[in-house]
Design a protein around this ligand. Structure first.
Ligand code: GAL
Length: 512
């Protein structure tokens, strides 16, 4: 049966009493999880959704689209914007070059429309560190696999804006594997050694110009091996030239995927795992473009322990995510919390709550919906946000329904992920049935996630001790964006099957 909800059929088993089988005719009980939209839609008045801090390197090209919800037309203002940057008051897009002078530039953004106005702090930190909050965007992999084209990328940029995702901070539009020439399609490079895109990408510079024109940023993919995982030309032996080329084309993000580098390695050791990533990391520090660096080597050699040292801004901690195992992957990723911080984040892979691409990966075919139930989709997004994970949606942007957008675009959930303190949430309690995760936030409050692992409704009780809070706390339900009262000793709530609640706890004591 297919309704607006998600139907799961459970077969009731055979009851055996004293050796006699009482066979209630095997019947099926339907458990329906409706796609309940929990979050109120953004109102008409402006709301600025930018993180409060953003990193840039001195003098490099800069593009940033102020993420703001509310009815258009809207006019934007930026007090304290460095002179080398210009804000387009009608679009909220900032362009130019970041200041040459290192330092912190406090800026106040303002947005105004017929329904009201909003303002929010922003601190541009000009120095060596990018990705002061986890990067957000969209990646082509799980939907377009090896058939991604220039047109897909442009369409992705269009939809990030038209769907409102960009108004919530989704910013990077990233090509994954298969933009370079396929094995056998030599020459892979021109006479000067410059890597060539394949026929699906006629003009990389024009593509990034298009993406930047929307105030968004563009990402590209390569491998330290001779070929990518899909057997397309990659960077081995041409690292410097490729980094330069990516910068000249205008890319702002590089996913660097181990793939065929394993054939180059001199045995397996942390030294060997680090080597190619450190080489590219050092090169990227010196190109004239802010390129966020994403290490993809599936957690080998405990990459969380050294990813930041080799210049990585994010590193995948696991093999490719299968939607159905998001909880296991997310929990394993949570164990590395101590290694995350501003500029360097654990990456449990992309968000898989929409329509996924067709396999075999080389032909475009029918898309299939995520196998996750509606409640699991809330859990997936909650777990990623509490984990300060990079937030990359990697499903079909042309099939975004209201429910998926609601899960992806809750400003208060995203604010947990993007919090300036940059502390990854930790699991404070875990049983077979549920777990509790706590993420401290910059203003002294805490985000708390309560996750039901089971397929039955259950009541969960957490104590202030477990949550390491003292005194009266005011509670806000972040999915519903609603204050729900006070608690002092313990908090108890009932979670639906596979359900989640994300709360923000702030001290309600006076003088706090
Ligand atoms: C895998 C990687 C995926 C995707 C794929 C492309 O190694 O983990 O995220 O990039 O390669 O071939």
């Amino acid at each position: 049966m297919k309704r607006n909800g998600w139907t799961i059929l459970l077969t009731i088993g055979v009851l055996v009493i004293a050796g006699t089988a009482f066979c209630a005719a095997p019947s099926e009980v339907e458990v329906v999880e409706e796609e309940v939209i929990l979050t109120p839609l953004p109102g008409p008045q402006p709301r600025l959704n930018n993180p409060t801090v953003f990193g840039a390197r001195p003098g490099n090209p800069f593009v940033y689209r102020l993420p703001a919800t509310g009815t258009r037309p809207m006019t934007f203002e930026a007090q304290g914007l460095p002179e080398s940057l210009t804000l387009d008051a009608a679009t909220g897009i900032i362009t130019g070059n970041s200041p040459r002078q290192r330092g912190e530039y406090p800026i106040v953004f303002k947005a105004r429309n017929a329904s009201g106005q909003a303002e929010k702090q922003f601190k541009l930190v000009v120095g060596d560190t990018l990705a002061l909050t986890p990067p957000m965007g969209w990646n082509s992999w799980y939907i377009h696999l090896y058939y991604v084209t220039d047109a897909h990328m442009r369409q992705a940029a269009d939809i990030l804006v038209s769907s409102g995702m960009a108004d919530h901070g989704y910013m990077y539009v990233n090509i994954d594997d298969s933009w370079s020439k396929a094995e056998g399609q030599e020459p892979y490079r021109n006479a000067c050694g410059r890597i060539l895109p394949n026929e699906k990408f006629p003009d990389m510079k024009a593509l990034t110009d298009y993406i930047h024109g929307k105030g968004l940023r563009a990402g590209i993919y390569s491998s330290p091996g001779p070929l990518t995982c899909g057997k397309f030309a990659a960077s081995f032996g041409h690292e410097q030239l490729d980094a330069q080329q990516f910068a000249e084309w205008g890319f702002d993000f590089l996913k660097y995927d181990r793939c065929s580098y394993r054939l180059i390695e001199n045995g397996e050791s942390v030294y060997e795992y680090r080597k190619p990533f450190a080489m590219m990391g050092a090169i990227l520090q010196n190109v004239n473009r802010d390129i966020v660096y994403n290490l993809c080597q599936y957690g080998l050699g405990d990459v969380w322990e050294w990813g930041a040292q080799v210049g990585g801004n994010t590193w995948r901690t696991e093999r490719d995510l299968r939607a159905a195992s998001f909880l296991r992957t997310g929990l394993r990723n949570a164990a590395h919390a101590q290694f995350a911080g501003p500029g360097h984040w654990n990456d449990p892979d992309y968000i898989l709550i929409g329509w996924l691409g067709h396999r075999p990966a080389r032909e475009q075919g029918p898309t299939t919906p995520t196998p996750l139930t509606p409640n699991q989709r809330y859990q997936h997004m909650s777990l990623w946000a509490l984990s300060a994970a990079p937030l990359f949606f990697s499903c079909d942007l042309t099939q975004l329904d209201a429910f998926t957008l609601n899960v992806l675009c809750n400003a208060e959930i995203i604010a947990v992920d993007q919090d300036e303190l940059g502390v990854q949430g930790r699991v404070v309690t875990e049983t077979d049935d549920y777990f509790v995760m706590v993420k401290p936030l910059a203003d002294g409050s805490k985000a708390v996630g309560l996750f039901n692992k089971t397929k039955s409704r259950q009541t969960i009780r957490v104590s202030s001790q477990e949550l390491q809070v003292a005194g009266k706390q005011s509670l806000r339900d972040l999915w519903r964006q609603k204050d729900i009262g006070l608690f002092e000793e313990a908090y108890e709530t009932t979670l639906e099957r596979l359900g989640v609640t994300v709360l923000r706890l702030s001290s309600a004591e006076k003088n706090h």
